[in-house]
Design a binder for this molecule. Structure first.
Ligand SMILES: Cc1ncc(COP(=O)(O)OP(=O)(O)O)c(N)n1
Ligand SMILES: Cc1nc(C(=O)O)sc1CCOP(=O)(O)O
Ligand SMILES: [Mg+2]
Length: 217
């Protein structure tokens, strides 16, 4: 399966603060066991050494069951791979390293995700991108500087016009999963819905069931 025709399912984006005492590693372990389709390591504050150590531990826990992507930091993804750590790709925003550079360095099998919030940004995306992260579906406290709220209908409109598969992100909760999948999302990316859950295993399993039982667009 290429990154392009992949079903990303319930796509976990990590947040150390929201994981609290349980920690990122145990949260990811439970979420992968419960069926998430992708994990993105998103850490804005730790040192490079700390992030590399955490990426290495996550790669061991995930053990190639689902893709592990690194948010923002193409350089860290490359450094991890040089150490033999299995990193499957990157998610890069509009202000991060160029997606073409990521594709060139990580190779044809890597997953390269890119963010966009308007149809102009979507149509301007160069080749080599596997999916677009489109948000914010809803306002969210997880990313105070999130793009304007699209709502489900706004997401559906962009996904219908996009030449690339779209992963929805931003304030996604259980009730959004089915409508988003019906509107063409190839994944529903969540941070707080899983990281801040009291019971990660059962919450994730419920989200995954909802995704799996909803028909494609
Ligand atoms: C799946 C997915 N979609 C969008 C984003 C947002 O990325 P970006 O615009 O670079 O913002 P930050 O995550 O870096 O704050 C994402 N991370 N994942
Ligand atoms: C990382 C991120 N990007 C967004 C975007 O809209 O581009 S919203 C977001 C955070 C999503 O967190 P939660 O699932 O807790 O709402
Ligand atoms: Mg970014």
């Amino acid at each position: 399966m290429t990154g392009f025709d992949r079903d990303y399912g319930i796509y976990l984006v990590t947040d150390r603060g929201l994981c609290g005492e349980r920690g990122v590693l145990d949260t990811v372990r439970q979420a992968v066991d419960a069926g998430v389709g992708c994990v993105q390591y998103r850490e804005k504050h730790a040192s490079d050494a700390e992030q590399l150590a955490e990426i290495a531990a996550l790669a061991e826990i995930i053990d190639r069951r689902v893709p592990l992507l690194v948010n923002d930091r193409l350089d860290l993804a490359i450094a991890a791979r040089r150490r033999g750590i299995v990193v499957d790709g990157v998610h890069l925003g509009q202000d991060d390293a160029p997606v073409g550079e990521a594709r060139a360095v990580l190779g044809p099998d890597a997953i390269v995700g890119h963010s966009a919030e308007t149809i102009e940004q979507i149509t301007a995306i160069p080749g080599g991108v596997d999916y677009i992260g489109v948000g914010a579906v809803h306002a969210t406290r997880t990313k105070p500087d999130h793009p304007p709220e699209l709502g489900i209908d706004g997401f559906a409109d962009l996904a219908a016009r996009s030449p690339l598969p779209c992963v929805a992100i931003g304030g996604i909760q259980m009730a959004d999963v089915a409508p988003l999948r019906r509107s063409g999302a190839v994944g529903a990316a969540v941070v707080s819905a899983i990281c801040a859950a009291d019971d990660v295993a059962s919450t994730t399993a419920e989200l995954v069931r909802e995704w799996d039982r909803t028909s494609f667009a």
